[in-house]
Write a new protein. Structure first.
Length: 247
């Protein structure tokens, strides 16, 4: 049983971008770009893919990666990872999203470091740079305590500037106490197992953000700040951005 493992939750269908994990970018499925990136960045950490469809399983196993079939009915990646770790048996688990092809060793190691210090759960955040992203509901916002523990996550812009209203600009966003959430998580195994049995949270159901279930249940989420470049592929336009980044 590994002390630390990476488990990537993979769902075939996606509301905003159907079957995006199989979307070919320069002739290779997005999912394999992510798999190969993880293997290159942190080759010493055991890696599994928790999938909901044989098509995804065949995609990764055909390239030499390990896959576990999980229940297609899972409502979140956390639920999927919790099921997978019953087989993997890792003491600590890092959840790298299957649509984050630029994940870095520094980001993964930052999460591992928070777990090593006793954080029950951890995630990554990055400063906002553009007001257009701050207003984008697909860019999740997080506000934190002074010690780096999350207060709340939302698709809405927060905090609201009562003095400036809608006139905020890029400079205000860069200096604001709000960060953009990156969809990478890390868990102690005991908490991960508990989360898989909890009912959906009230705010989770409104925002469609699974991390709110954790806060609603009374657990802390510790945040690490990263400035590493990232492109989360949520839409076809994001896929185009990644392809342009590849050159």
């Amino acid at each position: 049983m590994p002390d630390l493992a990476i488990i990537v939750p993979c769902r075939l269908e996606s509301t905003r971008f159907p079957r995006k994990l199989l979307h070919a970018i320069k002739g290779k499925p997005l999912l394999l770009w992510v798999a190969e990136r993880i293997r290159t960045e942190v080759p010493d950490i055991p890696l599994w893919f928790a999938v909901d469809d044989p098509v995804l399983r065949d995609c990764v196993t055909g390239a030499g990666f390990q896959a576990l079939m999980t229940d297609p009915a899972h409502q979140s990646g956390t639920d999927r990872i919790a099921e997978a770790n019953r087989t993997v048996g890792a003491a600590r688990v890092i959840n790298v999203q299957a649509d984050e092809p630029l994940v870095s060793a520094a980001q993964i190691n930052a999460l591992a470091g928070l777990l090593a210090k006793g954080a029950p759960m951890a995630t990554l955040v990055t400063p906002f740079q553009r007001v257009v992203d701050f207003f984008n509901t697909n860019q999740v916002k997080v506000v934190m305590r002074a010690d780096g523990r999350a207060l709340y996550f939302s698709r809405s812009r927060m905090p609201f500037s009562r003095d400036l209203g809608l006139t905020i600009d890029d400079d205000w966003v860069k200096a604001s106490p709000c960060y953009r959430h990156l969809g990478l998580y890390a868990y102690q195994a005991d908490l991960l197992a508990k989360l898989g049995t909890l009912p959906l949270g009230r705010y989770e159901q409104h925002e469609k953000l699974e991390q709110l279930r954790v806060l609603e249940a009374g657990y802390d989420i510790h945040c690490a700040v990263t400035a590493d470049p990232t492109i989360g592929v949520d839409t076809p336009k994001d896929a185009e951005k990644f392809e342009q980044w590849l050159g």
